[in-house]
Design a binder for this molecule. Structure first.
Ligand SMILES: *Cc1c(COP(=O)(O)O)cnc(C)c1O
Length: 385
């Protein structure tokens, strides 16, 4: 199964909400020979990664950035581990499974968790955050809720939190690198993503940025961070002072560096336009078949995860299985939305015309429908490959 096998398609098309197809420059970077985690070349490369992450997240000039040696969930967990102490009031916004994961983690680190909830498919209301904010030490919100394709109004929530004394943690796993994100201007204290989402690098590192305020909160802890591996102090020992803390996955740093460089060369605003144009063209192609956006409110639709309600009678599992046989992966709903929606990934290298042309061509065949590719091309106009 894992040997190279002949295939009609040279590569499997991952149109899922992560992982995304690896960027060719990241793929090549994986071939570089091994270096030690304490070698000067690696520290130089790390320095470039840190600078690139400041641009990616729109941080203040000296904000501390780093990679954690794990996936996006480690980014999430490290925030709570370092910034929560037993008994702290923590306000967690929950309108899907990743918000729920945040609440679960905060609880395990001893927080008294209060929830601000919104129904599935709807964004968090900043007024609900304001109403529950009193006494909170930390507020946590997912920017792009992958499980439902909802974009939460992070700038408005940040405005409510600003000046309250609470820190703000934002999950930017499906947004950083593809959607506007301004850590400094919005006033965010901790943010993370995963390499395999909008950056199209291999999974295994989580880029983070930590504000001065968050570092001060960590420094004032009564008890040490219970997660030794991701202690903010230990991270700074390695990333700032260049002393040993743990062996970082050097090859994944190479690949992340290459993918980040490619993203910044392309330009963040160009990427933001790319994901929107492809998403709208896919929607235009599928609408006549009866697919409709799952998220009603237009401003709350997450461009990087196109959540579509399936037409009545659509054979969700059967069609996805047939696509998989053609080396194309798309994702269905999760829990309550299983069988009800598809979630099409438009992160990183997935947001290109070629893979979506292939998906639509396959659907034309499987559904015995015509015109999907033509409508896609017509709606797409002149988007560069
Ligand atoms: C994928 C994802 C995560 C978790 O990332 P892993 O890399 O799977 O650990 C967290 N938050 C959101 C919004 C995600 O989409």
């Amino acid at each position: 199964m894992f040997e190279d096998r002949p295939s009609a398609h040279p590569e499997h098309l991952l149109l899922t909400p992560g992982p995304t197809p690896i960027h060719p420059r990241a793929q090549r970077a994986l071939l570089r020979p091994m270096l030690g985690h304490m070698d000067p070349e690696v520290f130089a490369l790390n320095g470039e990664i840190q600078a690139g992450l400041r641009t990616l997240y729109g941080t203040a000039p000296a904000t501390f950035t780093a990679l954690l040696a794990g996936t996006g969930s480690l980014g999430m967990e490290a925030g709570f581990a370092n910034l929560v102490e037993r008994g702290d009031e923590v306000l967690v916004c929950v309108n899907g499974s990743f918000g729920r994961r945040m609440a679960e983690m905060a609880g395990r680190y001893g927080a008294r968790v209060r929830l601000v909830e919104a129904p599935l498919g709807q964004p968090i209301d900043p007024a609900d955050v304001a109403a529950k904010l009193d006494g909170a030490r930390l507020v946590a919100v997912v920017h792009g809720e992958t499980s439902t394709g909802v974009l939460n109004p992070v700038p408005e929530i940040a405005e409510v939190v600003r000046g309250s004394g609470a820190l703000l943690t934002v999950d930017a796993v499906t947004t950083a690198g593809m959607e506007p994100f301004y850590m400094e201007a919005w006033g965010i204290d901790y943010v993370y993503t995963g390499a395999q989402k909008c950056l199209s690098a291999p999974p295994g590192v989580a880029p983070v940025a930590i504000s001065e305020r968050a570092l001060a909160r960590h420094a004032a802890r009564r008890t040490p961070t219970p997660l030794w591996y991701c202690d903010f102090g230990g991270l700074r020992d390695y990333w700032e002072d260049h002393t040993y803390h743990h062996t970082v996955p050097v090859n994944l740093h190479y690949a992340l560096h290459a993918a980040l460089e490619a993203a910044l060369e392309e330009g963040l605003t160009v990427r933001q336009a790319r994901v929107r144009e492809i998403g709208e063209a896919v929607l235009a192609a599928l609408t006549p078949l009866g697919f409709t956006p799952y998220v009603g409110e237009r401003a709350a639709r997450l461009p990087t995860v196109l959540a579509l309600r399936l037409p009545a009678g659509f054979d969700d599992a059967g069609i996805r299985r047939a696509l998989r046989e053609r080396e194309i992966s798309v994702t269905g709903g999760l829990g309550p939305t299983a069988g009800l929606i598809w979630r099409l990934g438009l992160m990183g290298e997935a947001a290109r015309p070629a893979p979506y042309r292939a998906l639509l061509a396959a659907l034309e065949e499987l559904l015995n429908e015509r015109g999907l590719v033509a409508r896609f091309e017509a709606a797409l106009g002149a988007v560069p490959a």
